[in-house]
Ligand binder design. Structure first.
Ligand code: ZN
Length: 122
């Protein structure tokens, strides 16, 4: 594990399922094409959770910068079907899977399934 990881975990912790004016983005756009590994990661998270929700319904976005309440975050799920990843988290499996747990479960609270199914709790 790199020394950077705790900071990333904290960054993701602050950032999930956010609505309204506290979320700030720059350079936000549709993530196209969607990375080829995402559908497999979605299937893995579904299997881990024992619950299914359509992969096709997800609207993927990417942002150059992503802040919540002034803190930099790695990704955010916006209920019900939108996931925005910060550009440097697009290829980071734990961060993407973390947002997929939010989406598949449709929950904003962080239960133990986040650690179990994405590798990061917050
Ligand atoms: Zn979260």
């Amino acid at each position: 594990m790199s020394a950077k990881l705790p900071a990333l975990v904290l960054a993701v912790l602050a950032g999930c399922n956010i609505f309204g004016p506290q979320l700030e983005t720059t350079g936000r756009m549709r993530l196209e094409p969607t990375p080829s590994q995402y559908e497999g990661w979605h299937a893995e998270v579904q299997d881990c959770l024992g619950r299914a929700r359509s992969y096709e319904r997800i609207e993927w976005f990417v942002a150059d910068e992503l802040y919540y309440g002034g803190a930099e975050i790695g990704g955010v799920w916006s209920s019900p079907d939108r996931i925005t990843m910060r550009r440097d988290h697009v290829g980071w499996e734990p961060s993407v899977k973390h947002e997929l747990v939010h989406y598949i479960e449709q929950v904003s609270e962080h239960g133990p399934e986040f650690l179990r199914c994405s590798g990061i709790l917050g």
